[in-house]
Design a protein around this ligand. Structure first.
Ligand code: TEU
Length: 594
């Protein structure tokens, strides 16, 4: 198998496995029921023990927490329940002392409506900060004669993307919730204020940024009405005019020139709302001097309805393979770099979504996904709890347990619609509850489970901010799904993840090797090879709850000397002499070195 494209240049940030922390749900050091910075510091040895080289901290800044920290009211102070700047400095120092790096979340497409910038902008039409945001007059609707929003853009969280401001009688744009006004990047002062904030954190010693919805910062001039694709509503998805917009590359190049190029830092741009590989490659090409990599959403979106992501949609293994294969080949062939994630704080748990969370399959499925995730090209991001084989919340939970604004808005909008249709105060919502259990962002946000003790050692408070998974309490389960118990069990998912992170570090073919997909239309087996110079790795995974036998295609050479590098099930895992057949148990996966 000849190598089809040149080996990427090596870099620390390509090889680092990164651990994502959602601060509210990680570890509560002072019994408030909410995680905090001192709690994170107390767990640094655990994080280092995983083998990761870097931490990504979700927002810890001052915030009214309407969108759990993604609505920032002061970029230079800490949300007080999380601690103080001193606590942050300690966390950073202790992270560095353990040879790890720390990147921050940079949320600058929007800020909070409680930020001083927006308060000033809102105070009068002539305030110097007015133009730091998008303001527009309402439009008189030709049919009703009433004043309506300046255009038909729909918010990511539902409803119009505009909010009316009584005082100045204009609307402001907010692509997320009304408390998250969009910053106007066309205004140079805004960009300078952002760069100044970035320098402030980098000068403190932070090692880079994960940039929230950074592909939304440039909007098409005049903010034209979006195409009508949803005939049931007036508002429409606005992304053709606000995602990957006309000046986005110019802005990122300026940010790179002004800030990033002056530091040895890691940069990853979060970029939802398109799946076009070719559109995303330029962001990561070294010659363009923008970002190192992007989070694309093709796997995240695969099992949700495009116009209503909370509605689950059927997917097939061949689709997943096509998506992964395309990014693995096209991005690397072009000279860009991928970022790999199966979970984050906005996604349901990957075992539930992609495999089976039935008690008998859960641990092996978690390990299977660790094999997949650790044998692809790109920088690897692991979300807290993923290493413990955490799954979605129990089906028995009621709607009152769901806290996330996207989920709440969706629930309330359907409820209202059904109330008005049926005239019933309590219409049947069981289908929507089932959707929440499948797709809600809350599924990722249940607190970390540290030990087989009350509240799983997450907090000493009797009322954690979010309910712990029943795993943590249920007598059948609480012995299994936590850090302490799994640390002591050599066969646990947690220890398997440690093995995979270590093997990835030791076998660079898994990070840099060329990717070749095998058997693309097979709906049970996910198999591929990776090749780096004369090293070849063969990955074979059974994505089904039934045992199966896979015949390795003849295009794969060198099977005679195959050595099993790792597998997630017991047994020798040998490929029979002179045979191309591999027998795999339910959810079994293996990596061979050829
Ligand atoms: O998320 C971007 C985003 O729009 C999606 O991940 C969204 O959450 C998903 O499609 C479900 O609706 C980022 C942050 O990660 C997220 O937590 C914030 O809510 C959002 O931006 C706004 O800052």
């Amino acid at each position: 198998m000849p190598a089809p494209f040149p080996t990427p240049e090596k870099a620390w940030w390509k090889e680092a496995s990164i651990y994502q922390i959602y601060p509210a749900s990680f570890c509560d050091s002072n019994g408030t029921g909410t995680g905090d910075l001192a709690g994170i510091t107390s767990k640094l040895d655990y994080i280092k023990g995983l083998g990761v080289k870097c931490i990504w901290l979700c927002p810890i800044y001052e915030s009214p927490q309407v969108d759990l920290g993604y609505d920032i009211s002061d970029y230079k102070s800490i949300h007080s329940p999380y601690g103080t700047l001193d606590n942050f400095e300690t966390l950073l120092k202790e992270t560095h002392a353990r040879g790890m790096k720390l990147i921050m979340d940079l949320v600058v497409n929007h800020c909070s409506d409680q930020h001083a910038w927006f308060k000033a902008a809102r105070s009068s039409k002539t305030d110097p900060k007015r133009d730091w945001f998008y303001w527009k007059k309402g439009v008189v609707d030709s049919e009703s004669g009433k004043l309506r929003e300046p255009n038909n853009w729909r918010s990511v969280f539902g409803g119009s993307a505009w909010t009316y401001d009584e005082k100045t009688e204009e609307y402001f744009l907010r692509l997320f919730c009304p408390e998250q006004p969009d910053l106007n990047w066309e205004n140079k002062e805004v960009r300078e204020a952002v760069y100044e904030t970035m320098r402030w954190w980098l000068d403190k010693g932070v090692d880079g940024f994960r940039m929230d919805v950074i592909n939304l910062i440039s909007k098409t001039d005049g903010l034209p009405d979006a195409k009508v694709v949803d005939h049931t509503q007036w508002t429409q998805p606005p992304f053709e005019f606000c995602a990957n917009g006309p000046r986005v590359h110019e802005f990122l190049q300026e940010m790179n020139r002004e800030v990033l190029s002056k530091y040895d830092c890691l940069t990853v741009g979060e970029m939802p709302f398109s799946h076009d590989t070719q559109l995303y490659i330029p962001y990561t090409l070294p010659k363009n001097n923008e970002l190192q990599m992007v989070f694309q959403f093709e796997i995240a979106d695969m099992d949700g309805e495009p116009e209503s992501p909370m509605r689950a949609r059927k997917w097939t293994l061949s689709t997943l393979k096509e998506i992964i294969g395309r990014w693995q080949v096209d991005m690397i062939a072009a000279g860009g770099w991928n970022s790999l994630y199966l979970e984050n704080h906005d996604q349901a748990r990957s075992i539930t979504r992609l495999c089976s969370d039935a008690p008998e399959h859960r641990a092996i499925a978690g390990k299977l996904l660790a094999i997949l995730h650790s044998s692809l090209s790109g920088t690897q991001y692991i979300f807290q709890g993923q290493e413990l084989a955490q799954i979605n919340v129990p089906r028995s939970w009621g709607e009152e347990e769901y806290k996330d604004i996207a989920t709440r808005n969706y629930w309330n909008s359907v409820l209202e619609e059904r109330r008005s249709k049926t005239g019933e105060e309590n219409p049947d919502m069981s289908d929507i509850l089932a959707q929440c259990r499948q797709k809600s962002r809350d599924n990722a946000r249940t607190p970390m489970q540290w030990s087989p003790t009350p509240n799983a050692g997450f907090t000493t408070s009797a009322s954690p901010w979010m309910r712990l998974h029943d795993d943590a309490l249920n007598a059948d389960h609480f012995q299994t799904w936590n850090v302490e118990t799994q640390s002591a069990d050599p066969n646990s998912c947690l220890n398997f993840w440690k093995t995979m992170i270590k093997l990835r570090g030791e076998n660079q073919v898994l990070i840099y090797g060329n990717f070749t997909l095998l058997s693309p239309s097979d709906e049970t087996i996910f198999a591929y090879t990776r090749q780096l110079e004369d090293q070849v790795a063969l990955v074979v995974m059974n994505f089904s709850a039934e045992p199966t036998t896979y015949t390795i295609p003849t295009e794969v050479e060198g099977l005679e000397g195959a050595r099993l590098l790792v597998g997630n099930a017991e047994g020798e895992g040998k490929i029979g002499e002179g045979s191309r057949e591999v027998a795999l148990k339910a959810w079994e996966g293996r990596i061979y070195l050829l």
